[in-house]
Design a protein around this ligand. Structure first.
Ligand code: UD1
Ligand code: MG
Length: 454
């Protein structure tokens, strides 16, 4: 088969988004619309990908530069045919060219693959709609062969009755496409160069025209406003939820989970309502995720329980841990097996050893905590002097009394105990009790002040 070129049209302004951001950079499932299209394009292993952009200056090429696509500006925008013309100089002749749309994010690989298999010639992706208003109609002859596409504004009353419409996505032999685009005119109702006019040219030259239909209607739905964006987001989330359940994941409510990236789950995973997963998240067997938890780029090992309202970002959690409710693991945190991190505990860039616990109201930053350590309520690592960050080391089996401040850099030795309410500024010896607080005293007979007379 000939190599594949892909042209992604993304020059439209997106007026109805009422946004300063180009339409195709708005996110669906946490990813810009055009990136969905680029990812699907990449899955077809094309020889060349060309993105035609227009509005928003260099915002689109800048946001998508890591994709290795060629970016071509279309200025002014004179129609879909004119848009593809801008890409033509970048395409090799002995290939086929697939035209995709930057604002049609959810087309599936399988559908595009089916188009590639449909035969030589021109391949159109079409759908039948109960209400075809606004779309280009697929005009067929008595034998059912495609004759042309006629746009809504140029259609006769009989043609307006046609329910089969053009999705815009098409596949054409590149050399022919080049030739046909060169012959396009703009004498039509909109004064535009219509890409769709190449269909009649193909028919005239006896080039076969095939049609393929997507398995799902949403695969070809475009986005013009925030309502359509939200509707497609819900459809996508429903799809993802359906796949998770099909793999055995228990979702308290499939309508109340948002996956903005890639979520992989082991067996017997349970996820309560309102959870958000971003980036790459892996949950081991029997992990339970409590309601309204947000997890981004993290690994959670088997049998761990995450209680409600916890936030986990770019961290690793071992097996059989207990996190939350209301815990926050910031980037660079690594919890070993059997660790407990409770409510209102914030951990950043720290390692917590096996079986260690910080159950209440603490900040552990830039720290290395050994195994079986108990960190009392309200303990704070003072890791920042206003200019630089320092590390705290707490060795195995240490016991840190409640409301301790550990002023880093500082090391607490193995098995050391720190008395509650201490401010620790020097290293703490192993195995001993260390405390730093003024002695309790009582002033006998002391009287509370009373309010003075006015
Ligand atoms: C187009 C098709 C129509 C089809 C419909 C499906 C043509 C002439 N018509 O109509 O048959 O049913 O899509 O939605 O192709 N774009 C550019 N540069 C331009 C013009 C458009 O990049 O100069 C991009 C837009 O950003 C958009 C896409 O092409 O993503 C479609 O353009 P739009 O003007 O919305 O086409 P329709 O009139 O809807
Ligand atoms: Mg238009």
């Amino acid at each position: 088969m000939n190599p594949l070129n892909i042209v992604i049209l993304a020059a439209g302004k997106g007026t109805r988004m009422y946004s300063d951001k180009p339409k195709v950079l708005h996110a669906l499932a946490g990813k810009p619309l055009v990136q969905h299209v680029l990812d699907c394009a990449a899955s077809l292993q094309p020889q060349q990908v060309c993105v035609v952009y227009g509005h928003g200056g260099d915002a689109v090429p800048q946001a998508m530069q890591q994709y290795g696509a060629t970016f071509v500006i279309q200025e002014p925008q004179l129609g879909t045919g004119h848009a593809v013309q801008q890409a033509i100089p970048h395409l090799k002749n002995d290939s086929r060219t697939l035209v995709l749309y930057g604002d049609v994010p959810l087309t599936r690989h399988s559908t595009l693959h089916q188009m590639q298999q449909a035969g030589e010639g021109l391949v159109l992706l079409t759908v039948n709609l109960d209400n075809p208003t606004g779309y280009g109609r697929i005009v067929r002859d008595k034998q059912g062969d495609v004759q042309c596409i006629v746009e809504q504004k140029d259609a006769s009353p009989e043609q307006l009755e046609i329910r089969e419409v053009n999705t815009g996505i098409m596949l054409a032999p590149t050399a022919k496409l080049r030739e046909w685009l060169g012959k396009l005119g703009n004498s039509n109702a909109q004064g535009e160069y219509y890409l769709t006019d190449i269909v009649a040219m193909a028919v005239q030259q006896g080039v076969p025209v095939h049609t393929v239909q997507p398995a799902q209607r949403w695969e070809v739905e475009g986005i013009n406003n925030k309502n359509q964006l939200a509707a497609l987001e819900r459809i996508w989330q429903q799809e993802v939820a359906g796949k998770l359940m099909a793999q055995g994941v228990t979702l308290a409510d499939p309508a109340r989970i948002d996956v903005r990236g890639e979520l992989s789950c082991g067996r017997d995973v349970e996820i309560d309502v309102g959870c958000i997963f971003e980036g790459k998240v892996t949950l081991g067997d029997r992990v339970h995720i409590g309601a309204y938890t947000v997890i981004r780029n993290a690994l959670v090992a088997q049998d761990t329980l995450i209680a409600p309202y916890s936030h986990i970002d770019s961290s690793e959690v071992g097996a059989n841990c207990h996190i939350g409710p209301y815990a926050r693991l910031r980037p660079g945190s690594k919890l070993h097996d059997d660790a407990h991190v409770g409510n209102f505990v914030e951990i950043k860039n720290s390692e917590i050893g096996k079986g260690s616990k910080a159950n209440h109201l603490s900040y552990i930053g830039d720290s290395t905590v050994g195994s079986r350590v108990n960190i009392g309520a309200g303990t704070i690592t003072c890791n920042y002097d206003g200019a630089n960050k320092f590390r705290t080391v707490i060795e195995d089996d240490a016991f840190i009394g409640s409301d301790t401040q550990l002023v880093a850099p500082v090391t607490v030795g193995k098995g050391a105990t720190i008395g509650a309410g201490s401010t620790i500024t020097k290293d703490v010896p192993a195995g001993e009790l260390t405390l730093s607080r003024s002695k309790q005293m009582t002033i006998v007979g002391w009287q509370r002040p009373v309010k003075g007379k006015k």
